[in-house]
Design a protein. Structure first.
Length: 192
C-alpha cells in the first residue's frame, strides 16, 4: 500500500495518541459499526457507548455528531480494507484475492447500512473509494496474470457483483460464504 493513500484517510479517522483513549475510540467504532449494520443509522448512541464500555460523554468527545461517527465508521472500514489488502498480498494470487473479497463483503454490509448518510460527492469519499480500488486492484490483476482469474472482467465488474450479493439478506454467515463462493466460481478462469 503506498503511503500516499493512507495519510489522506487518516485525516478522517483521527485516532487519539494515548493508548487508553485509542482503545476507547476503537471500541466505539466497533460498537457503532455493529449497531449501524444491525439497526441502521438511527441506532441509539447511548447503546453504542454502552456496548463499547464507555460513557456517552466519551462518545461525544470523540464524535461530536452522529454524522462524525458515521463518517468515522465508513472511513475506518476503508482503512481496514486497505490493511487487509496489504496483509493478503503475500498469499498465492487466488487466495489473496478471495481473502480480500471476504473482507470486502463485511465492508459492503456496513456501507449498505450507512449509504444514505454519506456525502458521496465529498473529496474524502472520493479519496476513500480511490484508496479501496488502489488496494484491491493489484490483488485482482495478480490473480489474472497468474491465470487464476478471468481476464474478460474488470475489477469494477467484480466489486459490483460482490456488492450486489451483499444486498441480499442471508440466513447466516455460512450461507453468505457459500453464495460468495458460488459467485467467485464464475470469476475463476476455466482450466482447459
Amino acid at each position: 500500500m503506498s503511503e500516499q493513500i493512507r495519510p489522506a484517510l487518516q485525516v478522517d479517522v483521527r485516532r487519539p495518541q494515548r493508548a487508553d483513549a485509542r482503545r476507547n475510540f476503537d471500541a466505539l467504532l466497533t460498537a457503532a459499526r455493529d449497531a449501524f449494520a444491525s439497526k441502521g443509522v438511527e441506532a441509539s448512541l447511548e447503546d453504542i457507548a454502552r456496548q463499547a464500555g464507555v460513557g456517552i460523554g466519551t462518545l461525544y468527545r470523540n464524535f461530536p455528531t452522529r454524522q462524525d461517527l458515521l463518517n468515522a465508521v465508513y472511513f475506518g472500514e476503508i482503512e481496514e480494507l486497505c490493511i487487509a489488502a496489504e496483509d493478503a498480498a503475500g498469499l498465492p494470487p487466488w487466495e489473496a484475492l478471495t481473502t480480500w473479497l471476504h473482507r470486502f463483503v463485511e465492508y459492503a454490509a456496513t456501507k449498505r447500512a450507512i449509504w444514505e448518510s454519506l456525502n458521496r460527492e465529498s473529496d474524502s469519499f472520493k479519496t476513500a473509494r480511490a484508496a479501496m480500488y488502489a488496494a484491491g486492484t493489484p490483488l485482482f490483476e495478480r490473480a489474472q496474470q497468474s491465470g487464476e482469474a478471468r481476464t474478460d472482467i474488470s475489477f469494477d465488474d467484480l466489486l459490483r457483483m460482490v456488492s450486489g450479493l451483499t444486498a441480499a439478506g442471508f440466513v447466516d454467515q455460512p450461507q453468505r460464504d457459500r453464495v460468495l463462493s458460488i459467485a467467485l466460481d464464475g470469476v475463476r478462469a476455466s482450466v482447459p
